[in-house]
Design a protein around this ligand. Structure first.
Ligand code: GLN
Length: 307
């Protein structure tokens, strides 16, 4: 596995310069573009890393996965009254479907859907950032995990489109809390930082029937039921990469979640999780080198052979 990761890292270098770092959130435009890190965490406790696997990056939309899991744990199937579970086929920040579909977003992984999820969590938690960080600190076994105040402010200051969506959904009665409050929480959530090693560790429960695995490979808490974990993976496969979900599913064959910070996390059910980070994005907001790395990993690794 280590040799495969090194091969992928060296092949990926040729793609530097083919994408661009996100710039619509001003603070993200300052991230040096030519970086690449990758980490694999296996359910048996073995881990592998290459490149900048310990450099923290902005999780952005990858946090939609964790927020969704928390909301699912809290309200269960009731959640589906307020958000759908179909791929949108539209950009992550698109508003077009919201009007014809009466303020019900297509799925929890596009911005509109994530805002509804954040609204559900805002109703439940007085300090959502602390609740979310608490869960993520447990999953990563890292008490220092935090959100980046500079990036949160930068996004909040320029979140006009997300604010418009929040108000629009409010007009349809699909937002309970004040849009300003939901946006504050959403921007802090998106600004949570992790490195690849932590991200692979934090998502292991999805590869392990909902049960967390500690850093030393021992079984941890049943973070989510096995049934719910299976369903979350289905949703990640069909909706995890916005309007490139079909392409990513075809290329990687895996449930994944991407973010405009350049991170992607992938689940190999029953086997492992893979986190990759490279901040240069394609036109749909997904990491160019990240997509390549996951596609190559699928070609090179025989997960059944246990390499
Ligand atoms: N915080 C970003 C936004 O709302 C997240 C988008 C993303 O990662 N695709 O625009």
């Amino acid at each position: 596995m280590q040799a495969i990761l090194q091969q992928i890292q060296s092949e990926a270098q040729s793609l530097f310069g083919k994408g661009q770092v996100a710039s619509y959130i001003p603070a993200l435009a300052q991230v040096p573009p030519r970086q690449f890190g990758m980490a694999v965490a296996r359910v048996d406790g073995r881990t592998y890393e290459v490149g900048a696997a310990h450099t923290p990056f902005s999780l952005q939309s990858i946090t939609k996965l964790f927020a969704f899991v928390l909301a699912l744990k809290l309200v269960g199937d009731e959640l589906w009254l307020r958000v759908g579970r179909e791929p949108s086929g539209a950009a992550f920040n698109s508003m077009v479907q919201l009007e014809t579909e009466k303020g019900i977003p297509r799925n929890p992984f596009i911005n509109a859907g994530a805002l509804v999820i954040t609204d559900i969590l805002t109703t439940r938690y007085a300090h959502l950032d602390i609740a979310l960080l608490g869960a993520l600190r447990r999953l990563t076994d890292d008490a220092n995990l935090s959100w980046n105040a500079r990036i949160a402010k930068s996004e909040r200051d320029t979140a006009h489109r997300n604010m418009a969506m929040a108000y629009f959904m409010k007009s349809y009665g699909n937002l309970v809390n004040p849009p300003e409050l939901v946006l504050d929480n959403y921007c802090r959530q998106c600004a949570i930082e992790m490195n690849c090693a932590q991200l692979a560790q934090a998502t292991l429960f999805l590869a392990n029937q909902g049960r967390d695995i500690s850093k030393d490979g021992h079984p941890g808490e049943q973070f989510l039921s096995a049934d719910a974990a299976r369903r979350v993976n289905a949703l990640l496969l069909t909706c995890g990469a916005y309007d490139a979900a079909g392409d990513f599913a075809y290329r990687t064959g895996l449930p994944i979640k991407t973010g405009v910070g350049g991170g992607i996390v992938a689940v190999v059910p029953g086997k492992a999780t893979v986190a990759v980070w490279a901040p240069e994005l394609d036109g749909k907001g997904n990491s160019v080198l990240g997509g390549f790395a996951l596609e190559r990993l699928g070609e090179l690794v025989d997960w059944e052979a246990g390499v």
